[in-house]
Design a protein around this ligand. Structure first.
Ligand code: F6P
Length: 484
């Protein structure tokens, strides 16, 4: 059982008690829930490995060029021996106990904020004890940042788990520039108002000099909310709060285009893509879904749509196949466990009804695949289906598009993914509209080669204009201009 709330509140240290030697402090500090390394014990060997993804590469690159340091959680309460450096940057681990993990990570971050910020697709749960731990853990990150940043340096805080850190850090270190980027959506006023601690979260974020969101709508939701529930005044892009100016804007995140194109052109990966199609039985058409197994991703809805297309004869089991990769995620959370079970039941029903011997209609993988294998799948797929009910950006959609160097391939995309603002060449769907998803897939099946190519080149042009490195540099450039 966790301790009573009152005993768990950690006092705010007085200013001036920050102890690290100044010479050891970093000019730029990234503060994120997780470190860029994760502990794993796969293939018989135990150890720390780099976390996959373009975000880690981009942030590592900006830290390497700026005497940087990364603060984050090691991802485990068992192994508290996280490395002190990674690819030339310094790391500082923030550790939590099992009880804190339950209240901070599973509780307030992923059972209160996550559903609330994703259109309340599942009812958010509000617990005062979770809030208290969220606040305590945010203070732990803020202290770690205050101890690590050089005088006049910059701190870039990431995501919904750490929304109180900007204000806490400002109290500890008023001399530093503070940027915050929210990777997930910021909800409309009507939903955010449900949060019993809405004023505290707003005040937390308003401790920043620059607040970045994935899309303009989220930035505007936030600024409107701040004007309504705090003393902030101003516009959607600039707020005055307690005598300071806070810039607010959209900084759509992207992918590492060069790395993806290089992998997509790699002869071994192209051969693997051909092998995948062969293993699937050389179908005429491969449909693909790749998602973290999360109830926000609309995976079940998509499988239902595909199932009905098999039912009505638009798809047929001897010619068409779908591959669905569901990457295991937050497995100790009951909502995620339930989502997995319902999804697996639907997949097995569809396969039972429409599959042939040796040929399932849905080839389902509940696995964490290496990125090279995902690229091979992207190359093997004729149609990629991305149908989240709400998503901050959705990098899978951008990865698929970047892999299609020969300009073939069709993307069916939810209009509620941040990526929809940039990927106008996709077949857009309302993920709540089953008939709409079916119609978009039908259109994607029959589209002619010229239109397919036009759509794909439009999307690729948009993405290559701003890769994930440009995203990081543009945020930091905007942060540098604040307060001047
Ligand atoms: O999209 C928000 C995010 O926190 C990502 O940063 C992360 O990759 C994903 O959700 C899964 O998060 P976690 O495993 O840390 O809960």
């Amino acid at each position: 059982m966790s301790k009573p709330v009152a005993n768990r509140v950690r006092p705010v240290p007085a200013q001036g008690l920050i102890s690290n030697r100044e010479s050891e402090r970093a000019d730029l500090v990234v503060v994120a829930n997780r470190l860029p390394v994760q502990h794993s014990s796969s293939n018989g060997s135990e150890g720390w490995r780099p976390s996959p993804g373009g975000l880690v590469s981009a942030l590592t690159a900006v830290l390497q060029s700026r005497n940087g340091l990364w603060i984050g959680w090691s991802g485990t309460s068992e192994h508290q021996d996280a490395p002190l450096t990674f690819e030339g940057i310094r790391l500082k681990a923030v550790n939590f106990s099992k009880a804190e993990f339950d209240d901070f990570y599973l509780g307030f971050s992923n059972a209160t904020l996550w559903p609330l910020y994703h259109d309340a697709i599942r009812a958010p749960t509000f617990h005062r004890a979770w809030w208290q731990t969220y606040s305590n853990i945010n203070m732990r990150y803020a202290i770690a940042a205050a101890e690590s940043v050089a005088p006049g340096g910059s701190v870039w805080i990431h995501d919904y788990q750490l929304q109180l850190v900007p204000q806490m850090l400002r109290q500890l270190r008023p001399d530093v520039r503070i940027g915050f980027f929210l990777h997930i959506p910021f909800p409309p006023i009507e939903l955010f108002m449900q949060l019993p601690w809405r004023r505290e979260i707003l005040a937390g974020l308003l401790g920043s000099d620059l607040i970045g969101f994935q899309v303009r709508q989220a930035a505007s939701n936030f600024s409107r909310m701040a004007r309504r529930q705090s003393s902030a005044t101003g516009t959607d892009s600039s707020l005055d709060f307690h005598g300071r100016v806070i810039r607010v804007g959209a900084f759509p995140i992207s992918v590492d285009c060069e790395q993806i194109v290089a992998l997509a052109n790699d002869p071994t990966i192209r051969a693997r893509a051909r092998e995948i199609r062969k293993d699937l039985g050389d179908p005429e058409l491969v449909l693909l879904g790749v998602d973290r197994l999360d109830y926000t991703k609309g995976i079940q809805q998509r499988i239902k749509a595909v199932s009905e297309l098999f039912q009505d004869g638009s798809l047929s089991a001897d010619k068409h196949i779908m591959v669905q990769v569901a990457v295991p995620s937050r497995e100790t959370d009951a909502h995620y466990d339930l989502e997995r079970h319902s999804l697996e039941q639907i997949v097995s029903e569809v396969n039972g009804e429409h599959g042939l011997v040796g040929r399932p209609t849905i080839n389902y993988l509940h696995q964490n695949l290496p990125f090279e294998e995902l690229v091979a799948l992207y190359l093997a797929a004729d149609i990629m289906i991305v149908t989240p009910f709400r998503d901050g950006m959705n990098l899978v959609a951008k990865e698929y598009v970047m892999c299609r160097t020969d300009l073939t391939g069709r993307l069916v995309l939810s209009e509620f993914a941040g990526a929809a603002a940039e990927l106008g060449g996709a077949f857009m769907v309302n993920p709540h509209d089953l008939e709409g998803i079916k119609e978009a897939i039908r259109l994607a099946i029959i589209v002619g080669p010229k239109e397919e190519k036009d759509r794909m080149s439009r999307m690729r042009r948009k993405i290559v204009r701003r890769n994930v490195y440009d995203w990081a540099e543009s945020f930091l450039a905007a942060l540098q201009q604040t307060g001047s």
